[in-house]
Design a protein around this ligand. Structure first.
Ligand SMILES: [Zn+2]
Ligand SMILES: [Zn+2]
Length: 290
């Protein structure tokens, strides 16, 4: 990005195929001010605190089962937009229609929508990766790219922690089998998770009463031998908050994805991260299907 060749290429493309607003198609910007103002933003005051649905400020109907709130591996969720109209076109244009330049616009929307305190709470950002086929089709991992830009905008490191295999045909499976299938499609990058755990444990035991300092960038490329997981990480029943001020804390993550429909993908990914020793996960998505 930003090289002379890219600039020349962009100028040539602009001449034959001018930038148009994803909302109204007026030439000029990727998203014009008017369309940006009129996007179907979800008002956080009324949103479901678990999945970010536009209605359900206590807990929305989809997060509530007959036995009470559904078990979720993530503790809170926020979505920026309702997945409809220009918001849906924008997300689809970014991930499937080759409009990679929208990454900056979308990261900016996410950055502004993160609830107060989330960034100070989080040790790092991570994301739901594409499986190999989707990445080959798109030519890039759209959430990885967005997370990188969001990291630049927020000062929180974006770390690749998950791998995803293709999920086979799920039509013949019941709900539980589907959930198991999705969970099995995720695996964690154990070295990266171990490096994160080690770095957070070190910083939380040395400065337990202070806000956590930003992750050192070296955590993304661990050069130290992998340390064993702290014992507390072996019981991932949502340890999150440490009761003892000086005991090492397990990492807090903001997990990013594009669209939340049922939350099954995020739940599965969060489960494997908790199992690997992450302490607590909150999710942030661009759009909620509702
Ligand atoms: Zn517009
Ligand atoms: Zn909900």
């Amino acid at each position: 990005m930003g090289s002379l060749l890219d600039d020349t290429l962009n100028a040539a493309l602009e001449a034959v195929w001018p930038t148009r607003c994803v909302g109204c198609e007026r030439p000029g910007e990727l998203l014009c001010d008017q369309c940006a103002a009129n996007l179907p933003y979800i008002d956080p005051r009324w949103a479901c605190p678990r999945c970010g649905a536009p209605f359900g400020w206590l807990v929305c109907s989809e997060c509530l089962t007959t036995e009470g709130p559904a078990e979720l591996a993530y503790s809170a969720g926020v979505s920026v937009l309702e997945f409809r109209d220009a918001a849906a076109r924008m997300v689809v244009a970014y991930k499937d229609k080759d409009e990679r330049r929208l990454a900056g616009v979308l990261a900016g929307l996410l950055a502004r929508a993160l609830p107060r305190g989330w960034l100070a709470w989080a040790d790092a950002l991570t994301w739901i990766p594409c499986d190999r086929k989707a990445r080959e089709r798109r030519g890039f991992d759209h959430m990885a790219e967005l997370a990188e830009i969001l990291a630049g905008q927020t000062g929180r490191a974006a770390i690749s922690l998950l791998h995803k295999k293709e999920v086979g045909d799920q039509r013949k499976l019941n709900r539980q089998e589907r959930e198991e299938n999705i969970r099995a499609s995720f695996s964690v990058d154990s070295a990266a998770v171990a490096a994160l755990i080690e770095s957070v444990a070190a910083s939380s035991s040395s400065r337990a009463t202070n806000p956590v300092s930003p992750m050192p960038t070296s955590a993304a490329t661990p050069t130290n031998p992998v340390s064993p997981m702290p014992a507390s990480a072996a019981t991932p029943t949502n340890p999150g908050r440490s009761t003892h001020a000086t005991s090492p804390r397990a990492p807090h993550l903001i997990l990013l994805d594009d669209v939340l429909t049922t939350g099954a993908t995020l739940h599965a990914a969060a489960s494997v991260l908790l199992q690997a020793g992450v302490g607590e996960i909150r999710v942030a998505t661009l759009a909620r299907v509702w």
